[in-house]
Ligand binder design. Structure first.
Ligand code: NAD
Ligand code: UDP
Length: 348
């Protein structure tokens, strides 16, 4: 079975994707610096799978993608062990959008330079299949219409700019290498929730900034009140609308993306990964309270700088090209996310 390198594989999306890939039989080489994660997530993934058979299918190396020597050794060893890395899912990166506004150089250095190191070593070892974690934050959507892959790209934060830069670098590699690479940029909308077991989930090591982990912490009492950023947006209830997607649906999109790349000719493709369904902040909060029978005290506060009223995917391209469609609804996202938070209030 194919060996896939997962950078950032112990993180939130990485750990859920590792689980989905292992279920599909792939061998995994995981690397992570653990700057925002714990390698305990791998033990939990194995616990969910409940089978020693999987022990041999995962190897983990703690290290940084900016360390080319480290990357080189991993690719070389995979060849020596007759388990050549044939594809990469590249999650490793810093992702705190607001932090990137204050520390742009840290984001450019980690995300863009790190990616350059990775692509260079991939090229050296003739590994030319990659799924890259891009983001809906690259779009500038001031309208109330779903976003197409061809919609305007104009990120308003250094974080989003690093994602565009990496997509552009990959496009350049594709065009200048006689079109020999297979590249899929998956532009995620808002992943939330956790695996239904409650054994793995989002584990931000610093104070969370995103809505869903904050809602979970308000529910368990570790944050006393949710602040909803603005209630006079041009939406039905005045709060901003997002396209929340269950983390396991997102994980499965990576499996489908890899399958697609391996089965098809070299290409460079951008795909929105969302449900196509918009949910407002207020709707999410009310659904969370209803499904989990708990209270989320909230108050309205000032709008957050750079926020957008409506960020929802047009997902026709991904659902027509990949053998994938989102299966889990907002109730399940709220239930599974809360189950993880309740059972693991301090993370792993
Ligand atoms: P995460 O922080 O849980 O995972 C990222 C992982 O990368 C972490 O485990 C971190 O330790 C590791 N990492 C960071 N820099 C590294 C480096 N230089 N070398 C090695 N490891 C490094 O975040 P996530 O939510 O799982 O996001 C995964 C990817 O998806 C990121 O690239 C993120 O930008 C992107 N993304 C996330 C979201 C989201 O809402 N979670 C949305 C769009 C895109
Ligand atoms: N949000 C909020 N209070 C918070 C965090 C977020 O009202 O404490 C809102 C935010 O304004 C946005 C939505 O929740 O409209 C989703 O925010 P998040 O940061 O999770 O995702 P993004 O804005 O990056 O899509």
């Amino acid at each position: 079975m194919k060996n896939i390198l997962i950078t950032g594989g112990t993180g939130y999306i990485g750990s859920h994707t590792c689980l989905a890939l292992l279920k599909r039989g792939f061998n995994l080489t995981i690397i992570d610096s653990n700057i925002n994660s714990s390698s305990l997530s791998i033990s939990r993934v194995k616990k969910i799978l409940k089978d020693e058979y999987y022990d041999e299918k995962i190897v983990f190396f703690k290290g940084d993608i900016r360390d080319k020597k480290f990357l080189d050794e991993i690719f070389l060893n995979s060849i020596k062990q007759n388990n050549r890395i044939q594809g990469v899912i590249h999650f490793a990166g810093l992702k705190a959008v607001s932090e990137s506004l204050f520390q742009p150089l840290v984001y450019w250095e980690n995300n863009v330079y790190g990616s350059i190191c990775l692509f260079e070593i991939m090229g050296k070892y003739d590994c030319k299949n990659i799924v890259f974690s891009s983001s809906a934050s690259i779009y500038k959507n001031n309208s109330l219409k779903p976003i197409l892959e061809t919609s305007e790209i104009k990120p308003c934060t250094p974080y989003g700019q690093t994602k565009v830069a990496i997509e552009n670098i990959l496009e350049g590699i594709f065009k200048t290498s006689s079109n020999s690479w297979r590249i899929a940029n998956l532009r995620y909308f808002n992943p939330i929730g956790a695996h239904e077991s409650g054994l793995i989930g989002e584990n931000p090591l610093s104070t969370p900034n995103n809505l869903f982990p904050i809602v979970c912490r308000v529910a368990d009492g570790s944050i006393c009140e949710l602040q909803i950023f603005g209630n006079d947006w041009p939406t039905n209830d005045g709060t901003p609308v997002r396209d929340y997607i269950h983390i396991m649906d997102l994980a499965e999109a990576h499996c489908a993306g890899l399958d697609f790349l391996f089965k098809n000719k070299p290409q460079f493709i951008n795909l929105n990964v969302g449900t196509g369904i918009g949910t407002s902040v207020l709707e999410l909060v009310n659904k969370f309270m209803e499904v989990n029978n708990c209270r989320i005290p909230y108050k309205y506060s000032q709008k957050r700088l750079g926020d957008l009223p409506f960020v929802v995917a047009e997902n026709k391209l991904i659902t027509s090209i990949l053998e994938w469609r989102p299966k889990r609804n907002i109730e399940q996202m709220c239930r599974d996310g809360w189950q993880w938070q309740k059972n693991n209030p301090n993370g792993f």
